[in-house]
Design a protein around this ligand. Structure first.
Ligand code: NAD
Ligand code: ZN
Length: 358
């Protein structure tokens, strides 16, 4: 990822933690303390692997376990992490490692961004979804008022994906992660989008196929972030499906549907909105809805909640300004654009989506 002043490498492979004793040996051995913030569920399955790799470089990491998944992205867990590492004697010359999915990555990134005004951190992501979240330097925690409302931009020093860890992901987390992969395809490449939509192994991907697909997704994200680190322009495209998706996540209560499952609904909604402004037509949107249903995604929240429930959260979206709702839409696959959409258009699209997923 080529960012002025803080470029870094993303590795996706088996035995990738071996890199601690080669490429990243000086990074971790020069730090006065190495801390791991670990998702407690992932830690129970896989932490030994990471610890062993660090131990073999003579590093004894200090470990802070946090609640699994979205439950760790709170002010109170964030505060606990700071107190914990302060008591352990961490300094500006210490380094943190995030070990878990996107939730722990976002939390750890924000702790690192603010600990003594900012220390280095390494992402060791363990989910498919984190091919998106671990790259690009956005960090955040949630507030009761909305998702990712407090955070900062803080780039990691490296991202190390151990692909063997994907083997323990439950089907729901596979689905969740595959959503962001589709997103990367939809906003960048029509042929790749078509390949994914016609792939019948989509919901049970092999590790090898997945690794090469994730690499493509990471490249899309890296190219965009390199051009627009702070989201003044084209980085907004990465929010495709997220304005409505975040509202679904919030309405269902964080954890009700996973991030990716919610964004899948958000992408169907955005395709539907796109029909008003572009070459996207109802048969494209309907095909996407059928694809989602046949791969185990659910549209239940669209049936069980009212438009107003979603609207109140969409209005809090970080891309909404001056009371206007802005959506990333598609002219066609591979061609995203940002469009201001009226409340009325949003409402109509919502009722249309309800009809189409009946
Ligand atoms: P997650 O971190 O919430 O993890 C989901 C679940 O999977 C958890 O219960 C976790 O314990 C479990 N898990 C993780 N790895 C596992 C493994 N290898 N085997 C078995 N179980 C495992 O979910 P996620 O989907 O990785 O991340 C979602 C988060 O990422 C959201 O908070 C979202 O806001 C954030 N996100 C951030 C960005 C960004 O740019 N910073 C981008 C996209 C998403
Ligand atoms: Zn996302």
């Amino acid at each position: 990822v080529q960012i002025k002043g803080h470029s870094y490498d993303v590795h996706i492979d088996r035995n990738v933690y071996d890199l601690f004793s080669s490429d990243y040996y000086s990074l971790i051995t020069n730090a006065d303390h190495v801390g791991i913030i670990a998702d407690e569920h992932v830690a129970s399955l896989h932490l030994a692997l990471l610890k062993e790799a660090l131990n073999s470089c003579g590093v004894q990491p200090v470990i802070k376990l946090v609640p699994a998944g979205e439950q760790c992205k709170t002010l109170s867990v964030y505060g606990e992490c700071h107190s914990f590492f302060l008591k352990e004697g961490f300094t500006r010359n210490s380094i943190l490692i995030a070990f878990g999915g996107g939730a722990v990555g976002d939390l750890t990134g924000f702790v690192a961004a603010t600990f003594m005004r900012g220390i280095r951190f390494i992402q060791c992501p363990t989910t498919i979804l984190s091919h998106d979240s671990a790259v690009g330097g956005k960090t955040a925690i949630n507030m009761p008022e909305g998702k990712n409302m407090v955070g900062s931009f803080h780039q990691p020093s490296a991202v190390l994906f151990e692909t063997a860890l994907f083997e323990t992901l439950p089907p729901r987390e596979v689905r969740s992660g595959m959503t962001e992969l589709i997103k990367h395809a939809f906003i960048s490449d029509a042929a790749w989008s078509e390949e994914l939509l016609s792939n019948d192994r989509f919901s049970s991907p092999s590790i090898d196929w997945l690794s090469s697909e994730l690499l493509k997704g990471i490249q899309v994200k890296a190219d965009i972030v390199a051009e627009d680190e702070f989201e003044y322009g084209k980085r907004k495209f990465l929010n495709f499906g997220h304005t409505f998706g975040h509202a679904v996540e919030a309405v269902c209560g964080f954890g009700g549907l996973s991030h990716g499952e919610s964004v899948m609904i958000g992408m169907a909604y955005s395709l539907l909105l796109s029909e008003n402004f572009s070459e996207i037509n109802s048969s494209i949107t309907n095909r996407f809805i059928r694809f989602s249903l046949s791969n185990g995604y659910s549209f239940a929240p669209v049936r069980s909640f009212k438009f107003e429930d979603f609207l109140q959260y969409m209005k809090k979206d970080k891309k909404a300004s001056f009371g206007q709702l802005n959506f990333v839409l598609l002219k066609n696959f591979g061609h995203p654009f940002v469009q201001a959409v009226t409340e009325e258009e949003c409402e109509n699209a919502f009722y249309e989506l309800q009809k189409r997923v009946e």
